[in-house]
Design a protein around this ligand. Structure first.
Ligand SMILES: Nc1ncnc2c1ncn2[C@@H]1O[C@H](COP(=O)(O)OP(=O)(O)OP(=O)(O)O)[C@@H](O)[C@H]1O
Length: 261
């Protein structure tokens, strides 16, 4: 399933946040969206997920404008893990992940209990959250909570997964754990992943494709090694960086300071 954004403009509080932005996300790939704070990355993800309606241009799933689809139709195809997701008090992990089945339930259609149960079990297994099933979400550590919310998104069994800064607040081990789970889901199930990342080295390591969002539009898109360069970091982030090759033979960017004009 392809996700295409065409000539998207979003104005918030009389300010252009996104302007005439177009991008096609490759099906089955992992795309990282990077860009400075406030560039509009979350706005882009929310609009792509159908959570904002105050825009011009179009968001298309397999060439169908999402404005022609119901919320359930969209949610069966696409799931989003927003930044700082929260659950109602006392919600257990089991209940949270079960909420992910909402696109498959409605008042006029009996739910398929077996399919629901299997999807929830699968989502909890791939995110290693089964052991927390009975725990309240609010009692989990940051890394555990992030995996529980990821499980909820996966229980939707979407073809496209949108992740907004999925590693924020996690220690380095838990950051890698979440990124590895995401990579595995993409590899094993062909799920398209579109993720906003702040860590340039995660983007280098985990993305097939990079999109740079700055100046209200996509300023560059391409392979990580072509896009994530010392020059790009200087231009977009005003950061001077060195490049190293690590013990795995992979290029690593190391910021060394701000570029002074
Ligand atoms: N409700 C709102 N009222 C006013 N401005 C808003 C509102 N929502 C978003 N903005 C502004 O829109 C711009 C883009 O916000 P957005 O959260 O999409 O950026 P971002 O690239 O995801 O940022 P970050 O990297 O800091 O998470 C910011 O300048 C933000 O202040």
């Amino acid at each position: 399933m392809t996700l295409s954004i065409k000539n998207l403009s979003v104005r918030i509080a009389h300010k252009d946040i996104l302007h005439d932005l177009s991008i096609d996300f490759a099906a089955g790939k992992r795309t990282a969206i990077i860009g400075p704070n406030g560039a509009g990355k979350s706005t882009l993800l929310k609009t792509a997920a159908g959570l904002r309606t105050d825009y011009t241009g179009s968001v298309q799933l397999d060439a169908v404008d999402i404005r022609r689809l119901s919320r359930r139709d969209i949610a069966r195809r696409l799931a989003i893990l927003p930044q700082g997701a929260t659950a109602p008090p006392d919600t257990t992990v089991q209940q949270l992940v079960d909420y992910g089945r909402f696109p498959y339930r409605s008042w006029f259609r009996a739910s398929d209990a077996k399919a629901d149960r299997e999807a929830v079990e699968w989502a909890m297994a791939v995110t290693h959250t089964e052991q927390f099933a009975a725990r309240q979400v609010q009692t989990l550590s940051g890394g555990e909570r992030q995996r529980a919310f990821l499980a909820m998104a996966l229980a939707q069994q979407p073809e496209i997964l949108l992740l907004d800064e999925p590693t924020t607040y996690l220690d380095i081990a838990h950051q890698l754990e979440v990124m590895d789970i995401v990579a595995k889901i993409n590899r094993d199930y062909g799920m398209t992943v579109i993720m906003v990342l702040h860590d340039i080295n995660h983007a280098l390591q985990y993305a097939d494709e990079i999109a740079v969002l700055t100046g209200h539009h996509i300023a560059a898109q391409g392979r990580p090694q072509d896009i994530l360069t010392v020059d790009m970091l200087a231009e977009v982030f005003h950061v001077k960086a060195d490049v190293f090759v690590n013990s795995q033979g992979a290029a690593v960017l190391s910021p060394v300071g701000l570029v002074r004009d």
